[in-house]
Design a protein. Sequence first.
Lengths: 83, 156
Amino acid sequence: MKIQVRYFASLREALGASEAVEAPAGTTLGSLRELLLARGGRHAEVLGRGRAVRCALNQVMSDESALLADGTEVAFFPPVTGG
Amino acid sequence: MSRVAIQSADFDLSHEIAALREGDVGVGAIASFVGTVRDRNDGARISEMELEHYPGMTESAIEAMIDAAMQRFQIRAVRVVHRIGRLLPGEQIVLVAVTSAHRGQAFQACEFLMDYLKTQAPFWKKETTPAGARWVDARVADDEALRRWGIVAPNA
């Protein structure tokens, strides 16, 4: 299935604003993160388990257990700092 | 008037409050919070700040926070304005304004909304210091502020 992945702030600077990712059925937010960081390079650097990364599923804050569906919009970003 | 505005333009507190309370004579209290850009942060001088956000999610996240505030407190109307883009020290960043019949609920709802917004709305600040630009780190104290309301949703 195809997942649209968006990045913001420091992750956007490292990885670009968005990319389409092909992922197997049953992929969760957490396993998508694993799939991306397994690419190595900048992905491994900024999505690594030692980094504080938050995620959203279809524009709602979600935890990594959330299950993805075809066409889902996912976003990864650092902790938010508005206000 | 919509409840949420994400804009690069500045806002006027008097104008926002006048619009928020217009036609509602049941209002007996108005509480507001305005956040501004400081010229120092974490020991460095700040010459400017850039605010990035997640268009679409930002608006829906803040709408959901306002729904939560309307359920939790006896309030009549809410307005949230958050600026994006390039801001200079002294400029206004954020407004939360709440109307209610009595002050207690307005004060509380205003603080609740700010605590929620600081940790759950998708904005990111990048500040320019003499040593270069850097992304602002989230603060654990902001997570603790939200926890006072019984909401556990760690950000930092």
